[in-house]
Design a protein around this ligand. Sequence first.
Ligand SMILES: [Zn+2]
Length: 422
Amino acid sequence: MSDARKPIDLLLRGAAQVASPAWDSNLPLQGARMSELVTVSDGSVAVHAGRIVKVGPAAELDREFHAETVVDASGCTVTPGLVDPHTHALFVGSRDEEFEARIRGRSYAEIAAAGGGIQSSVRAFRAASPEELSRALDRHLHTFLEHGTTTVEVKTGYGLDYRHELGGLEVLAGRRRKGPPWVIPTFLGAHAIPAEFAQQRTAYLRLVIETMIPEAAEEAEFCDCFCENGAFDVAEARQVLLAGKAAGLRPKLHAEEFSCLGGAELAAEVGAVSADHLMAVSDRGIAAMRDAGVVAVLLPSTTLFLGLNSYAPARRMIDAGVAVALGTDFNPGTSMTPSLPLVMTLACTMLRMTPAEALVAATRNAACALGRGDRIGDLAPGRHADLVVWSVPNYRFLAYHFGVNHVREVVCAGKVAYRRPG
Ligand SMILES: [Zn+2]
């Protein structure tokens, strides 16, 4: 008897639960829709040619498809690959001594004034060869994959001069060609004023705007700016983002992290794809973001790691209709974690988001914060087949059973890219 079933590359078979954000559009999910998941018990996912073909009951997909490779997902949960829309993973070295100094009572501002903080990462970055940068980036990105993240935005911002910012983008471009996790580069030359320009901030801004941005546009997709007291004010950030936009870089913005300066309104004004941090956002800023369709990228692991209680008002934003996404802010100074599941736990416990909202925020809405809403972030037929098999019975456990890595397999573009050893 011939097999009439359709041949496919891969079947993730018989999961206790398949869970995905609602998949009827390419847009971020807002308000009450952030709670809408599609779940299938005893479910399978069919994958072919790097794309999702179908999600449904295991028995039905068994009748319909014949797979070359079958991954037994029984007892597990299958979700879309997590998407991290905000990291500073292109760094070398660490700032563990600064971590201890903060515990002993020194403030971030005091540490920065003494040459620590971003400036110490800049010195380490400039002293490293491109090969050392690549190796550090590889190590960092592997930990993202191990924790279920299949797409990672990575910002420059520790070079802070022409040679090292553009060199950093070249390292990112090289890593991009190597495959999973998928890397999306953002130019953040306006991360801080480098020490040698301390007395000439206008000259540094000119260097960023006139010299770096036009060249950065060849490798980067987004242009970001750190809009904060002690970094760049709203007028300066506007200049940077508009110059980026003119060169073809979509704007993103570090906004309202510690101080409410009007960064959320600026993000709305320039048509930014996202405004990030937002611990100190105002109701006016929230309304402006909602009206302009700016995704709010919240980074609660930074608040935790800095030992603060000023978590971003996620509930107010969701209730106002802003699409909320989650990221790690992975960086050596203020958030040394690549784990989006940990961030999802914090989103639930500290931001009062439900486990379903946290999953949507770390997949669908994060994809939209990277302009990838048409390709990744849910399990709609036709999406890129980036998936995670978690050894937990349902999606709630991702946030609920915390401090444990539940990742069993990670699939990228339809191929198993990581399998937990043992
Ligand atoms: Zn950041």
